[in-house]
Design a protein around this ligand. Structure first.
Ligand code: GBH
Length: 505
């Protein structure tokens, strides 16, 4: 089986000659006047205060304290301590000139045990109210993710969380209603789940992320990922229906989901076998969730064909619900970092294959690399693939796209002094190139792209890789917790000031 795709760490410590990206020209092409930019974070990665003010434990509090460690010996108990430093962080965002800020709510901070009959934690609710109010006072639009991986431990202990579709769905509906009713007077953009593919496959197949399940660790990698994905799709659909019927008429907001994917180029561009493999890989990554949610129909045919009865069925009533829910999702949230080559595997797929029987990597049949490596070996600079993914998604789903995450660590950044880290030319170039790809997609291809949220506002706890990789446009000293803006923050401010122009077409 393809082990390559599950390596989470793999930091690149030094730039090799090809890794400088200085050879790829940046054009700083225009973007529409109403294009919005901002930064994204997730609760567990920045908040800390893991046991403060009545917060309940999440599966990440558990996972990061397992022995032997599965998170590089590190945890998010304190991380950036954003929970206690939030006012300072909002000032920082204002100084960057951000239009929007995407953050996630820690479910177990507001419902400590997570379930629909469990007590609420008003102190946790007050924290998010304060954050939202401060953002609005600075004219920064809050974009809220309901779920960014930190399942309440309480519901995992009770019924395995995503493994029990009926129970999870009911608890998620209750949690979402609470968020809409307490925050929805001011929050106008909602994202239900962050990256269902990662929750399903990295959490319940390779076990690299919490809850760390795999065949070797109490799970069953042949079936659990598909069950988890099914639960996410139905829970998302219930919650968008709830929003549309109970809240949208008075709150006037929008709601969708954030799907992540690499783009895939065929390993051999002259062979239909590998061209098909690249397409199939995208269907297994994006179509898995996108087709039911945005097209209101069953999983892609390629998935049904390979997975048969391991892939759960939608009942006729569920298909009808999916179909009715399509128009409620008014944008496509895209998390995207890089592109890979897809090579068709010659043998029939393993029973636990999640890829569409594809091997993926950075090099094609001619030995060409897809692009220079960033600070992570999997994260290659490949803006052409980004433009192609924007087109692929638009062609398939016909929805305006918001880039809800994009960014990278610089090569060697984890080993740098503060002065070196702040001078993050590599990151600015990556961002510049990816913004050019957006401009081309908009003006040359006609793809409606509405916004760009850089990952991330600040260096933070990078899941299984701990505090190694630094994705922030703000440096964080994890001893003093001092924040220092990197030059990419000024680059973003400046480039958006200059390249947003009114154009007569
Ligand atoms: C996002 O996940 C998350 O939403 C965010 O929390 C995280 O901090 C950020 O990206 C940076 O990682 O299979 O070889 O491609 C991105 C999920 C994690 C998927 C890394 C791909 C690389 C291994 N990605 N993973 S590979």
């Amino acid at each position: 089986m393809n082990t390559n795709m599950f390596k989470a760490g793999d930091e690149v410590l030094a730039a090799d000659s090809y890794s400088t990206v200085n050879d790829i020209p940046i054009e700083e092409l225009p973007l529409p006047v109403d294009f919005v930019w901002g930064a994204a974070t997730a609760a567990y990665q920045i908040e800390g205060a893991a046991y403060e003010d009545g917060k309940g434990r999440s599966i990440w509090d558990t996972f990061t304290h397992l022995e032997p460690s599965r998170t590089n010996g590190e945890n998010g108990d304190v991380t950036c301590d954003h929970y206690n430093r939030m006012p300072e962080d909002v000032e920082l965002m204002a100084s960057y000139g951000m239009d929007v800020y995407r953050f996630s709510i820690a479910w177990s901070r507001i419902i400590p045990l997570g379930g629909r009959n469990d007590p609420l934690n008003e102190k946790g609710i007050a924290f998010y109210n304060d954050l939202i109010d401060r953002l609005l006072a600075h004219k920064i639009e809050p974009v809220v993710t309901l779920f960014h991986w930190d399942t309440p431990q309480g519901i995992y202990d009770r019924y395995g969380a995503f493994l029990n579709t009926t129970e999870f769905r009911a608890d998620f509906e209750h949690y979402a209603r609470l968020c809409f009713s307490r925050f929805g007077d001011r929050v106008k953009k909602w994202i239900t789940f962050n990256e269902p593919y990662i929750i399903s496959v990295f959490g319940h197949h390779s076990g690299v992320l919490a809850p760390g399940r795999s065949t070797a660790n109490g799970g069953d990698s042949r079936v659990e990922p598909w069950r988890v994905g099914h639960t996410i799709i139905l829970s998302h659909t219930s919650v968008v229906q709830i929003y549309a019927t109970e809240f949208q008429p008075s709150q006037f907001g929008t709601i969708s989901i954030a799907l992540n994917s690499h783009f895939y180029e065929p390993w051999d561009a002259t062979s239909s076998v590998h061209i098909d493999a690249a397409q199939r890989r995208l269907e297994f990554y994006v179509g898995w969730f996108g087709d039911p949610i945005f097209l209101g129909k069953d999983y892609p045919a390629s998935m049904r064909l390979q997975l048969g009865s391991r892939l759960p069925e939608f009942s006729p009533a569920e298909i009808e619900l999916l179909r009715q829910s399509v128009p409620i999702n008014t944008f496509y949230g895209m998390n995207h970092y890089s592109t890979k080559y897809a090579r068709a595997l010659p043998d029939p797929p393993a029973e636990d294959d999640c890829t569409g029987n594809v091997e993926e990597g950075p090099t094609n049949n001619k030995g060409e690399e897809i692009g220079p490596a960033s600070g992570m070996s999997w994260l290659r600079v490949a803006p052409v693939g980004f433009r192609k993914l924007l087109n692929w998604v638009w062609n398939r789903y016909q929805l305006p796209i918001i880039v809800t995450e994009n960014g990278c660590p610089c090569p060697g950044e984890s080993q740098m002094t503060l002065e070196q880290a702040v001078d993050d030319k590599f990151r600015s170039r990556y961002i510049g190139l990816y913004l050019d790809a957006i401009s081309r997609a908009i003006y040359e291809d006609g793809v409606p792209v509405q916004g760009y949220y850089v990952w991330s506002l600040m260096d933070n706890f990078e899941w299984s890789a701990g505090y190694g990789p630094r994705y922030g446009i703000t440096h964080v000293n994890y001893n003093s917790l001092v924040r220092t803006p990197k030059n990419s923050a000024s680059y973003l401010r400046k480039t958006f000031r200059e390249r947003r122009v009114a154009r007569q077409e």
